[in-house]
Write a new protein. Structure first.
Lengths: 330, 276
């Protein structure tokens, strides 16, 4: 199948749920594009609308308004979902199936030929670390094991587009790293990956580009590099045995913050930074390190969300709480 | 292959939830009782003596022709199997759609490259094969046991299992509709039983409507009669058919099938439109 450069195109997507006469706006005119081969992260607090967006992208739910194209066609068409992997949040495999039988069932439903399944199922179960438990019933699996089985199921069809909704939910740190490695490996094969998560550090490590969804609106998007671009803040470390009191620098007009034992100094521009170096050298201080401080994605996220909540245009909290749509996260 | 996968999945589910074993156990018990509790002595094509649970029948003079005894007995059994078969089949398949629609499970099925209509009808076909196999075991078993004991082979009795299956499939369509709309296993089982019971008074809809004071109530009774499955009438037709007295009336059977088909069609539409 020829994959267009824009794998996912969302235009003014709106989703409204009605529940006993109450209306709930889960998505509000969302515009989004995901490009071929990209690892895209959708961020948002619980209830921001992330799962609803993913469900619409997979044809599980219908949009109220707007257009959604996945690889150039509607996700409601069964053919569109060929070679798309999906790991749903809180998925539940039929407990009566073994790990092996689960993959065979969903592989057959995906139209994977029987011979390919014979080879691929043991390979995938080994990859996710379930090789020895393949004949156990899924009902006996731990949450982390179920999550890994879900990942194997999502990879079954050798997908060129992979949707992962909270992929590391319930997985221990070792398992999380394992999942991350598998995703990076998958990406090397050219698979476009759409990750839906509120684990920001995971997203920061894995994604090329992210979007932040807040109360159904897309409030920021860009590359991880851009969003976490170096600020005007620099970390300064003097050689061992040398110190510089922050108060003294502050007296000289520098904006200084102490962070984890380091001095972080905010400067207007590089000229100002060099003046500071001159000043320190004039005092015969030996500088061991000067490095720009990058903003963590978590800081960006919190700043954006808090900014939205305090902005006059933001939705009233009460209008969006209390009612949930079919998706746990909306 | 997708349809086959859905049929296999239905069987696995029934096996894992013990509904298949339960159905087979009850059917086997029924067959064992029939095999060991009923003993007949046939002399010159007539029933000379017989015991049920060790107790002898009273047969005045020369007994009736064995053919008459067997066909009458089969007619009674057909009526019993009609009630028991549908009752067990509804119970065995009531959880199918609600289980499919469990949150977290339905996502795994519906996001595969398979149409929702295909998915639902594949499960329906799975349930149909499951119940067909069970009914053939039950009805076929009774047929074989009685025929071997009496050497009277009344094929009408076997054909009656087709009628039982037809009525059940109509109920299955209704169960699928309830399952899709409510995702509730208790409702998917209770409402078909309620419909089953409702068919008893509705079979006498002319007399019930005549006793009504208002024309609206009388019309409602008639409408309900025409819309809902005519389970009681088909049951009566079934027993007379096994006796060889009449073929089942077309209209009750056709309208019952139409009810099931309409319910299944609405279930498919609702399933296709549903947000998960």
């Amino acid at each position: 199948m020829d994959i267009p450069p824009t794998v996912i195109a969302v235009r003014r997507l709106t989703k409204e749920f009605r529940h006993w006469g109450r209306r709930l706006l889960a998505l509000d005119r969302v515009d989004l594009e995901v490009h071929r081969g990209e690892v895209f992260g959708l961020l948002g607090a619980n209830g921001a609308g992330k799962t609803t967006l993913v469900k619409i992208l997979l044809g599980l739910a219908r949009p109220t308004a707007g257009d959604v194209l996945v690889r150039g066609s509607s996700p409601r068409r069964p053919g569109t979902r060929r070679r798309i992997g999906y790991l749903p949040e809180g998925h539940r495999f039929p407990g009566y199936l073994t790990g092996d039988a689960s993959l065979r069932l969903f592989g057959r439903l995906a139209g994977v030929p029987e011979k390919a399944l014979d080879a691929r199922i043991p390979e995938l179960l080994e990859l996710v670390g379930l090789g020895e438990r393949r004949r156990d019933r899924v009902g006996r699996y731990s949450k982390g094991m179920t999550q890994r089985l879900g990942l194997a199921c999502a990879l079954l069809d050798e997908p060129d587009l992979l949707f992962l909704d909270e992929p590391t939910d319930g997985v221990d740190p070792v398992g999380r790293r394992h999942i991350r490695d598998i995703l990076l490996q998958t990406r090397e094969h050219g698979t476009t990956i759409f990750i839906n998560s509120h684990l920001l550090s995971e997203v920061e490590r894995t994604c090329d580009r992210v979007a932040i969804l807040h109360e159904g609106r897309l409030v920021r998007q860009g590359t991880v590099q851009d969003l976490t671009a170096p600020s005007r803040r620099f970390r300064l470390r003097l050689a061992d045995g040398q110190s510089m009191l922050p108060e003294r620098l502050a007296e000289d007009g520098w904006r200084v913050v102490t962070n984890n034992g380091h001095l972080e100094i905010e400067v207007a521009d590089l000229e100002a930074l060099n003046r500071l170096v001159d000043r320190l050298r004039a005092d015969r201080r030996l500088i061991a390190e000067i490095s720009p401080v990058r903003t963590a994605l978590e800081d960006v996220f919190i700043e954006v969300v808090e900014g939205e909540e305090h902005s006059p245009g933001s939705l009233e909290n009460g209008s969006r709480t209390g009612v949930h749509g079919p998706g746990g996260d909306r | 292959m997708k349809t086959w996968a859905l049929i296999v999945d239905t069987w696995r589910e029934a096996l894992a939830r013990y509904t298949l074993l339960g159905f087979l156990a009850v059917s086997s018990l029924f067959l064992l009782i029939l095999t060991f509790a009923l003993n007949l002595d046939i002399v010159d094509g007539a029933l000379a003596a017989g015991t049920l649970f060790g107790k002898a029948f009273d047969l005045p003079g020369k007994g009736p022709a064995i053919d008459t005894v067997v066909v009458t007995g089969q007619s009674v059994f057909a009526g019993m199997l009609y009630v028991l078969g549908v009752f067990l089949a509804v119970f065995a398949t009531g959880s199918q759609v609600p289980n499919l629609q469990h949150r977290g499970t339905v996502d795994l099925y519906v996001t595969r490259p398979i149409g929702r209509t295909h998915l639902l009808l594949g499960r329906f076909l799975g349930a149909a094969t499951l119940v067909t196999a069970n009914l053939l075991f039950l009805c076929g078993g009774v047929f074989v046991v009685i025929s071997l004991k009496t050497h009277v082979w009344n094929a009408r009795f076997l054909a009656a299992s087709g009628l039982i299956l037809t009525v059940f499939l109509s109920y299955l369509g209704f169960m699928y509709l309830i399952g899709v709309l409510t995702s509730s296993t208790p409702l998917s089982i209770m409402l078909p039983y309620a419909l089953y019971l409702l068919s008893l008074p509705l079979a006498a809809h002319d007399r019930v409507a005549a006793a009504m004071d208002s024309r609206l109530a009388a019309s409602t009774i008639h409408t309900l009669y025409w819309v809902f499955p005519k389970t009681a009438e088909i049951g009566r037709d079934l027993t007379t058919y096994v006796l060889g007295k009449a073929t089942p009336a077309f209209v009750p059977l056709a309208t019952t099938v139409m009810f099931g088909a309409a319910c299944l069609a609405v279930a498919v539409v609702a399933f296709n439109r549903k947000n998960f």
